[in-house]
Design a protein around this ligand. Structure first.
Ligand code: SF4
Length: 103
């Protein structure tokens, strides 16, 4: 690909009459595209779960056990009263849908 003195890249037809695309415009478009991809990736890739990031409501938390399942038997429970995923004070005798039995 050859460039003329105007800094423009000839169009694919090679016509001298066609203005083609300037390197500056090409760079701007590529930069905008890369920025858009980065922004999209940021929103689409799940972020690492922060401690207590989910609301009690979203987790279906209740302050009472569900059968023999209770927070102090869950691997996500952090004594004395918190959870790795569910925000707020968590009762050791509570329960939510994210329950994972301690191994
Ligand atoms: S059951 Fe587990 S995940 Fe759910 S609130 Fe209790 S400790 Fe957290």
């Amino acid at each position: 690909m050859t460039n003329d003195s105007s800094g423009r890249i000839p169009s694919s037809t090679g016509s001298q009459q066609s203005p083609g695309v300037s390197r500056r415009q090409l760079f701007r478009d590529a930069t905008a595209f890369a920025g858009g991809v980065a922004a999209l990736a940021t929103t689409m890739i799940p972020q690492r779960a922060e401690a207590g990031a989910m609301t009690k409501q979203a987790a279906g938390y209740q302050a009472t056990p569900k059968g023999d399942q209770r927070c102090d038997g869950c691997s996500l429970f952090q004594a004395p009263a918190s959870c790795k995923f569910v925000a707020g004070d968590i009762s050791s005798s509570g329960w939510c849908r994210l329950y994972v039995k301690k191994s």
